[in-house]
Ligand binder design. Structure first.
Ligand code: F0G
Length: 379
């Protein structure tokens, strides 16, 4: 049997399009290469002729898309001699920073909002040995403090204001184009800090361009780190649609929000760091922003779990919740291909999942007749 090439992570796979050198020590946990799952049952339930795919980013090593950016950010931090990284986080960035710092043998400091991150994410940050600093404030307070600290201490910021993060995250768009053979018509994402929507647009633009770097205004955000995708010239680019939680929707308000609130704690952000670039992405792609209520978000999370067998965290379901509404109203027309990014795994937040479960647990004695009765009653 020929020996198949082992998948060794997205930097190795897309080395020619990322800012690394031949001798760069790559810090990887095998991130990327996540499934693009075509929804079978939900389009039928909605009664519309659409192709909906979900990009299941929850299957990255630490359970979220953050690993794509973190492999790049930590690789570059180590290359530049940094011994410590720092981030503010609603949970997933801290989990990824902690894991990749452990892998690299450096220290991670993570600032999280006290009591407002999902249990699985807290467990990850603690288990990987990062220094967890809980602040009596929200993500936006944490972000401000991280910037202030990094000015005064030898620590590298690995939030998405670090341009290497977006370089790693753009590879999700490469994978989608390669798998579908073209870009989708619409790409829907949950938006918090707005780094990921920016990263995807950079990826689509690089892939569709025959001419090379900086094909998009938003791409100036890459601060010169783009490299021409080369090879395949696909041509089309999707309309980018960013959905926010209604209680944390600065892009809908057209202004920063000081007290963001939502059950989708991952996107409980009122002062997005990538404010300008996200507006450019919307303009350039011909897309739009919209908002979803917490009830809509949880309903979409449940629908996906019950009808397709895919378990994502609440924030992630915002992309599908918004897409389903826009499909139903015809804003996304029939015949379209749509990709919804599912940014994080459902196991990150078991409390919210169990709390919204409507099917009661069936409690019985450990006896055959009682188990049989429970089965017959629920057939
Ligand atoms: N979905 C999940 C599950 C997230 O964790 C985040 C961001 C987003 C969506 C939004 O992505 O910020 O690029 O627009 N989480 C960050 C964190 C803020 O700290 O883990 P964005």
């Amino acid at each position: 049997m020929p020996f198949r090439t082992r998948y060794t992570g997205l930097i190795d796979r897309y080395r020619d399009r990322l800012p690394v050198h031949d001798d760069t020590r790559i810090i990887s946990l095998g991130e990327g290469n996540t499934p693009l799952i075509r929804l079978n049952n939900i389009p039928r339930i909605v009664g519309k002729e659409v192709d909906i795919y979900v990009k299941y980013e929850g299957l990255n090593p630490t359970g979220s898309f953050k690993d794509r950016g973190m492999t790049m950010a930590v690789t570059k931090a180590v290359e530049e001699g940094s011994k410590a990284i720092i981030c503010a986080s609603t949970g997933n960035t801290s989990a990824a920073a902690a894991a990749y710092a452990a892998r690299a043998g450096i220290t991670a400091f993570v600032l999280i909002p006290d009591g407002k991150i999902a249990m699985g994410k807290l467990a990850q940050a603690m288990m990987h040995g990062s220094v967890v600093i809980q602040i009596k404030g929200n993500f936006d307070d944490g972000m401000r403090l991280v910037k202030e600290v990094a000015d005064q201490a030898p620590v590298t910021i690995v939030n998405s204001i670090n341009p290497y993060r977006l370089q790693g995250q753009k590879t999700a768009a490469f994978e989608i184009v390669e798998e579908l053979g073209r870009a989708p018509d619409y790409h829907c994402l949950p938006v918090g800090n707005a780094g990921n929507i920016t990263a995807h647009w950079i990826g689509y633009c690089e892939y569709s361009s025959a001419s090379g770097d900086h094909v998009t205004e938003a791409c100036t955000f890459c601060k010169g780190h783009c490299k021409y995708a080369g090879g395949a010239v696909v041509g089309n680019r999707p309309k980018m649609i960013g959905y926010q939680a209604a209680g944390s929707a600065p892009f809908m308000r057209g202004a920063m929000v000081d007290d963001p609130e939502t059950v989708a704690t991952a996107i409980r952000i009122g002062h997005p760091q990538s404010w300008d670039s996200a507006w450019k992405v919307k303009e350039e792609s011909g897309g739009w922003f919209d908002e979803c209520t917490d009830a809509e978000i949880l309903a979409a999370q449940k629908l996906l779990a019950e009808k397709e067998g895919v378990f994502c965290e609440p924030a992630s379901a915002t992309s599908l919740a918004g897409a389903l509404r826009d499909i139903q109203t015809g804003k996304i027309p029939e015949g379209s291909s749509i990709v919804c990014t599912l940014t994080g795994h459902g196991l990150k937040d078991p409390d919210t999942a169990i709390a919204q479960s409507t099917r009661p647990l069936v409690n019985v004695e450990a006896k055959l007749d009682q188990v049989k009765r429970a089965i017959l009653d629920n057939m």
